[in-house]
Design a protein around this ligand. Structure first.
Ligand SMILES: [Fe+2]
Length: 271
């Protein structure tokens, strides 16, 4: 492909899945981070993902180009959704018992509190998760990379927070997986979270990561939150009090639905 249209296409707008190398991608990420750090003293912290974060290639053509139109929520949106206790079975919070046998991988508990911007518990609200298996493979027709599907693991679960805003899941630690953003692109291990607060204006979809992942500096989705302190809020903490003797490891991750310390959202569509 050597026609003028192709040659003149800026690299940042390319949808060619392998048009950039990881070193090129890392350099882009580092340039943006350095520019942010230089400007930080005079500006407000950017605590949510940039919608036009060029290293995350598919976001370039997908993000909104106009400001959102702000409208007052309808009354119903301020006290809904309301979930009945019977709708969610407590067993749905254990992703390791959904089949005949046990899934392969590191069994773990993930727990934490869901709070609003004032630190008040968000009680009796729906938390849903979905994730890859220990080999980094989703049960989804679009995930065809050569890692094994685990017949004992579907990778979805849900629960309601308790009166203290606490959620708790038993699952398997997901593996990292490749995606098509650039050549040799790999996502850090993560669990997707969907949360309904006490009203629709608090709805949040985000991702939880694991401490010390070597893929953090290489990942454009994680790095799209350019403020490092906000980015750190996406990473769970290993908690030995949650870990259970001879059974599983434990991680803790708290989620803030509103306010200036709000947990960063997720702007990905399929990774
Ligand atoms: Fe994912």
């Amino acid at each position: 492909m050597t026609d003028a249209t192709t040659r003149e296409r800026p690299a940042a707008a390319s949808s060619d899945t392998a048009s950039s190398t990881q070193p090129e991608m890392t350099a882009e990420i580092e340039r943006i981070s350095a520019a942010y750090e230089r400007g930080l003293a005079g500006g407000a912290a950017e605590t949510q993902p940039r919608l036009d974060y060029a290293p995350y290639r598919s976001s370039i053509l997908r993000h909104p180009t106009k400001d959102l139109h702000h409208a007052d929520p309808e009354t119903i949106e301020l006290y809904a959704p309301v979930f009945g206790h019977q709708d969610v079975d407590p067993l749905e919070a254990d992703l390791t018992i959904q089949h005949q046998g046990s899934p392969i991988g590191e069994r773990m508990i993930v727990t934490g509190r869901v709070v609003d911007g004032a630190g008040r518990p968000v009680a009796h609200q729906l938390v849903e998760i979905w994730q890859a298996n220990a080999a980094g493979r989703y049960i989804h027709k679009r995930d065809q990379h050569p890692a094994p599907v685990d017949p004992q693991f579907t990778g979805v679960g849900r629960c309601l927070t308790d009166a203290d805003g606490t959620y708790r899941f038993t699952t398997i630690k997901p593996g990292p997986y490749p995606w098509k953003n650039h050549h040799n692109a790999w996502r850090p291990a993560h669990i997707h979270f969907s949360l309904f607060g006490t009203d629709f204006t608090q709805r949040m979809i985000t991702q939880m990561y694991f401490p010390g992942d070597p893929l953090f500096p290489l990942d454009p989705i994680y790095q799209a939150v350019v403020d490092s302190r906000a980015r750190d809020r996406l990473v769970a903490t290993y908690d030995h009090h949650v870990t259970q003797h001879q059974w599983c490891t434990g991680y803790r991750w708290d989620i803030v639905l509103t306010g200036s310390n709000r947990t960063p959202l997720d702007d990905e569509d399929d990774a």
